[in-house]
Design a protein around this ligand. Structure first.
Ligand SMILES: [Zn+2]
Length: 203
């Protein structure tokens, strides 16, 4: 497993975005209000990273602290009691794959397939809420040569694509997850309205 840390430039960029409200620290209560019974979650299936994202999200919503001793049985019981259901659509690159013109080789494009899969999951699970989460560093993002500000912006583009396909905008929650090899995990709401708004803080 390769360990990738944010550069100093990237770290200060993230801090500026937080200070300006473009990235907002994920508040579990606020998230729960927007998806009371869970959501269909589109995120990257990277085997080194996705368990961190998924468990981080789940533990936050179940109010389990990272260092809390808890058994699997207790976790399952909490999930059942709180009627939480996270239904995964986890392909490499996650929501980046929803964007038709993402600069990756044509044979890797699955936007139509992923949109249809997402719509079917929402219907089958009777789940209107959708969480879209990009993560950094993402192998597919690197394959597409996408720098950090672009990967943050593209989460909003992915939301537009999903809304255009029929999901209600208020039900689609764009998140951005930073994970430095499990040492430091942070998840943010992405509040940017324009690409320029994000790039204004990238120096
Ligand atoms: Zn990834």
């Amino acid at each position: 497993m390769s360990v990738k840390k944010l550069t100093v430039k990237e770290q200060s960029f993230i801090e500026r975005l937080r200070k300006n409200g473009i990235l907002e620290d994920l508040d579990p209560q606020k998230l729960r209000q927007r998806c009371p019974n869970g959501a269909v979650v589109v995120y990257c299936g990277d085997g080194d990273r996705s368990p961190n994202f998924y468990l981080h999200l789940l533990f936050m919503l179940l109010h389990i602290q990272p260092d809390e001793p808890v058994t699997l049985r207790e976790i399952f019981s909490k999930i059942a009691k709180q009627s939480l259901c996270f239904h995964s659509q986890a392909y490499n690159g996650g929501p980046l794959r929803l964007i038709p013109d993402i600069p990756i080789p044509a044979e890797y494009k699955i936007h139509g397939f992923l949109q249809r899969g997402l719509a079917l999951s929402s219907k089958m699970k009777k789940q209107p809420s959708v969480i879209l989460s990009n993560h950094y560093h993402c192998g597919l993002g690197e394959l597409a040569n996408l720098i950090l500000p672009e990967q943050i912006w593209l989460i909003k583009v992915a939301k537009e694509k999903v809304v255009a396909y029929g999901h209600k905008p208020e039900n689609v929650i764009p998140l951005f997850h930073l994970d430095e090899n499990g040492e430091k995990m942070r998840t943010y709401f992405v509040n940017a309205e324009t690409r320029e708004e994000i790039y204004a803080h990238w120096e």
